[in-house]
Design a protein around this ligand. Structure first.
Ligand code: IPD
Ligand code: CA
Ligand code: CA
Length: 265
């Protein structure tokens, strides 16, 4: 287990928020659900989890700022440090009783992601990383997959849905990747998709139209596990562009190449 003061603060906040989420997941049918936009629901569980995370992290580091999915941006007096939080990544899964969702917490320090925790309360898998300290799944150090052949590689992605753009482009990307790989999965929580690349379960992941809180923590998990992360143009603007490709060195490059060809076609 990665045990730095920062990671301790982040994991205990995640565990505390997870208790409420787990309870609510058990009663998912009875949740009060309000409509946020087309096919995009936010549950009371989501807001309660965010409130717990905010309270715990603010208690531990009172000067840090926040960027949260529900409450938005809250500036801190320490402008170098900002928490980027998704209290419930995989809302649609959660509302459908599918046990693939997570709490995602990243600490951005001087514009770079410095620490990350992604926690799936159902499987009790705690993914954690701090810059320069490696990435861990519980007590085990994570390494990205060593597979270097696309034909044997498994990829993960996010399928755009009602209210999201670029359906046509996605179909063309999917058709390019599925034709040359061992398969493509869509599990519905981007933070876990990236964590699973870090854990070597997937060789690569890509998605478009994401928000910073969907990917900030997962990106550091991948790089600290020895992998590579970029935007779809191969640059470093993942958080501002909202698109991301990740993988081991070979599959990250191969994935970018395949996706670029799809765009052209
Ligand atoms: C969503 C999940 C999903 C991704 C969507 C995100 P939410 O986050 O990460 O995998 O495909 O684009 O919006 O809404 O469940 O927090
Ligand atoms: Ca999310
Ligand atoms: Ca969310």
């Amino acid at each position: 287990m990665l045990r730095t003061p920062l990671i301790n603060v982040m994991t205990s906040a995640a565990q505390k928020a997870a208790r409420g989420l787990t309870r609510d997941f058990g009663e998912v049918e009875h949740l009060q659900v309000s409509k946020k936009g087309p096919a995009d629901f936010v549950s009371t569980a989501d807001k309660k989890a965010e409130a717990v995370l905010f309270e715990e992290l603010q208690k531990a580091r009172p000067k840090y700022g926040f960027l949260m999915e529900e409450r938005g941006e809250i500036e801190g007096s320490d402008t170098s440090n900002r928490w980027i939080i998704d209290p419930l990544d995989g809302t649609t899964n959660f509302l459908h009783g599918i046990p693939q969702f997570a709490i995602s917490i990243a600490l951005e320090r001087d514009g770079q992601i410095f620490a990350a925790v992604v926690y799936n309360p159902v499987t009790d898998e705690m993914f954690a990383a701090e810059k320069g300290q490696g990435a861990f799944l519980g007590g085990r150090r994570m390494r990205v997959s060593a597979r270097r052949d696309m034909a044997q590689s498994l990829f993960s992605t996010g399928i755009p849905f009602l209210g999201r753009e670029n359906h046509e482009l996605f179909i063309s990307q999917l058709s390019s990747v599925m034709a040359v790989s061992a398969g493509v999965r869509r599990f519905g929580a981007a933070s876990l998709d990236l964590a699973w690349v870090a854990a070597g379960r997937y060789e690569g992941f890509w998605e478009q139209n994401l928000q910073p809180w969907d990917m900030a923590a997962g990106m550091l998990l991948v790089t600290e596990a020895g992998g590579f992360v970029s935007d779809l143009a191969g640059g470093r603007d993942m958080l501002s562009r909202g698109d991301v490709a990740a993988g081991n060195d070979a599959m990250h490059q191969a994935l970018l190449k395949t996706l670029r060809a799809a765009k052209a076609g």
